[in-house]
Design a binder for this molecule. Structure first.
Ligand code: SF4
Ligand code: FES
Length: 223
């Protein structure tokens, strides 16, 4: 399977161009791109370089660090994997440094916006990153899902096997079925059904647009 984007550490002397070179392909694989407002992008990245000089890492310029290294690791830029659902609802990351790949005018998304509420198409990965016959675990907010590439397209279902909570996203694909890696229960990825009674798993509508796979999730502003 294609490698997932890897996090890179930066040293003093890093430039804005270095950050762009690392970040552009990283976020593209998550369905995002840099904001079309190029001056704004440079300002945000300049702030990140100042934070790098002060703290040793490229923490988000628009979030407050808690002091807890585990929590703060979630706001090292680009933080999109930790906030997929929220950002998909906003169509941008909090700062607006990145926007969904399909947004044409990032200038419309600058500034504070209402919290998203309702059904949102959340980009999860590039279709080319998960070949047919593969399945991948993806965390969307607090929800763990498994996204499978079956012979007739992509399907998303709960990552949690109903037998003993095995990770279906680490299972083995056989046509339109995934076999749980722990004890072999089989689920149809198209509708979440299994031969075991009362043990079907939830599925989520999935689409593919412009080479990106999206999973429809319900998110609430009252989280
Ligand atoms: S909100 Fe945007 S700028 Fe801030 S860390 Fe996340 S991706 Fe980077
Ligand atoms: S946990 Fe999935 S088959 Fe046992």
């Amino acid at each position: 399977m294609t490698e997932r984007p890897q996090r890179q550490m930066f040293e003093p002397g890093t430039t804005i161009d270095d950050l762009k070179e690392y970040m552009a392909p990283f976020v593209a694989r998550l369905g995002y791109k840099f904001n079309t407002e190029t001056e704004f992008v440079d300002e945000v990245l300049e702030s990140e370089l100042e934070i790098l000089a002060d703290t040793g890492d490229i923490y988000c310029p628009c979030r407050v660090r808690s002091g807890d290294p585990k929590e703060d690791a979630k706001i090292v830029c680009p933080c999109i994997p930790f906030f997929r659902d929220e950002f998909a609802g906003l169509r941008k990351c909090w700062c607006g440094l990145f926007i969904l790949a399909g947004v044409e005018d990032g200038g419309e998304l600058l500034g504070v916006m209402d919290e998203p509420d309702g059904d949102v198409d959340v980009p999860v990965f590039l279709a080319s990153d998960v070949p047919e016959g593969q399945i991948r675990h993806v965390k969307v907010g607090k929800t763990s899902i498994a996204v499978a590439h079956a012979p007739d397209g992509f399907y998303a279902l709960s990552n949690v096997c109903r037998h003993a909570f095995g990770p279906l996203g680490e299972g083995f694909m056989d046509g339109c079925h995934v076999m749980c890696p722990w004890h072999g229960w089989r689920y149809d990825v198209r509708d979440g059904t299994t031969d075991h009674p009362n043990a079907d798993v939830r599925t989520y509508p999935t689409t593919e647009r412009d080479g990106v796979v999206f999973v429809k999730m319900r998110i609430s502003a009252k989280r």
